[in-house]
Design a protein around this ligand. Structure first.
Ligand code: PHE
Ligand code: NA
Length: 501
């Protein structure tokens, strides 16, 4: 028994949801810092190269699989070949792991939205964030829950549960219809304000002045590829899931180009906004942007940024809009991650939309709160993020491309499929990119990364800690994926009659 598959209500709905998934915390708190650390203006070259040679081609691959085989990753991979279901589950469990910490960052942003009403804490933002708010302790497994984090985290999970329970069209699509336009307006407002602050030009110079020598540094290229993967939400099974809800006649590749370029534009816009603001901070402290500290990751948004708004006329309002933007960008991304998980549970076990939304959200919420709202939450988050993004996702992309092009030899079939439904036609170059160039580059990246993590560790955290939260997270993903693959199918049991589109 298989019920009718859910659908987006329109092509625009799909594009908005796909952009909503792509544009997330990665654009706002990840990109500006990564670009700055990796050659500034010169970083844009490897970044664009990665977008065109791997980002968009693998996005097309995700779209092709989801649309042609009309399933979340496990079902689509099982329809491709009866023995490849586990690849789909690997992607789904990887998404699940990301969702439990990504939600925590959204919860922080929600808190900071509230804190922006009264900025008295902001001049001492570092101590406030690490001490008063997160109450960070040692790298250990703490069971001491910090209520200031746990409460907004519960709010975030309730919102996710409700959205998923409303279904693809009425929940996920609607949420994007509301939040994405709001986000664009809010963010453009922020950027305009930022570039008109005194010192803004120096900030932009700091970001965009190219350090050409960095182009010869392999680490910079690795950073560019990692940023593109995370940023476009590819190889997580998410875009497979989203395209499985498309109608038969859907212009896939053109949508892909829109999504890819919208995401990168948003990223560069965020870079401009953030660095213009930092230029102002440097001006205010009579120093240069190069001398400032804390220009990346969570510190940039939750420590450096508040320090700036504390000094700014109208800072409170600026803070409200900034943290609201983070919440909206993060929310439209996390619902895409969880739709992948919830959809997969529906596809395999035959649960209804609501049952599965409630079940998945509850399990994730409990794990998310237990691990990331305690005094060891920040350190756990940093570690899991490092492994999920630099090992998990890269591994997933290599396995997926090699499997499709070389093992199953379905590259041409998928290319014909995309061309049959889309106006932007792709040539054989696509197979070369996803079958040869991407796996080679990604394989090299992965090896480098594994060697570095094994020999140098990470951030000086103890080995047992990295074994548990870093390598342990990867092992967890593999084991759970194998278990889920081994369980019997309760829906889509008889796939004999399945006809790919
Ligand atoms: N693409 C999102 C961002 O840039 C993050 C994300 C990763 C979303 C993985 C879904 C899956 O923040
Ligand atoms: Na992104």
């Amino acid at each position: 028994t298989t019920r009718q598959r859910e659908q987006w209500s329109s092509q625009t709905g799909f594009i908005l949801a796909a952009i909503g998934s792509a544009v997330g915390l990665g654009n706002i708190w990840r990109f500006p810092g990564v670009a700055y650390e990796n050659g500034g203006g010169a970083f844009l070259i490897p970044y664009l190269f990665a977008l065109l040679t791997a980002g968009i081609p693998i996005l097309f691959l995700d779209y092709a699989i989801g649309h042609r085989f009309r399933g979340t990753a496990p079902l689509a991979f099982r329809r491709l070949h009866k023995n490849t279901e586990v690849v789909g589950w690997f992607q789904i469990i990887l998404s699940f792991v990301i969702s439990v910490y990504y939600a925590a960052v959204i919860a922080w942003a929600l808190s900071y939205f509230v804190f922006s009403f009264d900025l008295r804490w902001a001049p001492d933002s570092l101590n406030f964030f690490v001490g008063d708010y997160l109450q960070v302790g040692d790298p250990e497994i703490s069971t001491q829950i910090v209520s200031g984090v746990a409460i907004p985290l519960v709010v975030v999970w309730v919102a996710i549960l409700v959205t998923l329970a409303l279904g693809v069209a009425k929940g996920v699509e609607k949420a994007n219809m509301i939040f994405l336009p709001l986000l664009v307006v809010a963010f453009i407002g922020l950027v305009i304000r930022a570039v008109t602050l005194p010192g803004a030009a120096d900030g932009l110079n700091a970001l965009f002045t190219p350090d050409w020598s960095e182009l010869f540094n392999p680490a910079v290229w690795i950073a560019a590829y990692a940023q593109i993967f995370f940023s476009l939400s590819i190889a997580f099974g998410i875009m497979i899931t989203y395209s499985s809800y498309q109608r038969r006649k859907a212009n896939m590749t053109s949508s892909g180009l829109v999504v890819g370029f919208a995401n990168s534009s948003f990223e560069i816009l965020a870079g401009i906004g953030v660095f213009a603001t930092l230029g102002f901070l440097a001006w205010d402290q009579s120093t240069t942007v190069g001398e400032l500290e804390g220009l990346s990751g969570p510190i940039l948004s939750f420590v450096t940024f508040p320090a700036v708004i504390a000094e700014m006329p109208g800072g409170s309002f600026f803070g409200l809009v900034f943290f609201a933007s983070l919440v909206m960008a993060g929310f439209t991304s996390i619902i895409s991650i969880l739709q992948g998980v919830s959809g997969a549970v529906q596809d395999k076990f035959g649960f209804g939309v609501r049952q599965s939304a409630v079940g998945v959200s509850l399990v994730c919420a409990v794990i998310s709160i237990a691990l990331f709202s305690t005094t060891s939450g920040l350190i756990a988050l940093d570690t899991v993020d490092q492994w999920a993004n630099n090992i998990g996702i890269v591994l997933s992309a290599i396995v997926m491309t090699v499997l499709l092009v070389w093992v199953l030899r379905r590259g041409e079939e998928l290319r014909f499929h995309l061309n049959a439904v889309s106006t932007f036609k792709i040539g054989r170059w696509w197979i070369l990119l996803i079958g040869v160039l991407a796996p080679l580059l990604l394989g090299y990246m992965l090896l480098q990364r594994i060697i570095t993590l094994l020999t140098e560790g990470y951030e000086g955290y103890p080995d047992w800690y990295l074994l548990t939260f870093g390598w342990g997270a990867i092992a967890f993903i593999v084991v759970v994926a194998l278990i889920l693959t081994a369980l019997p199918w309760r829906a889509h049991r008889d796939e004999e009659g399945f006809e790919p589109w």
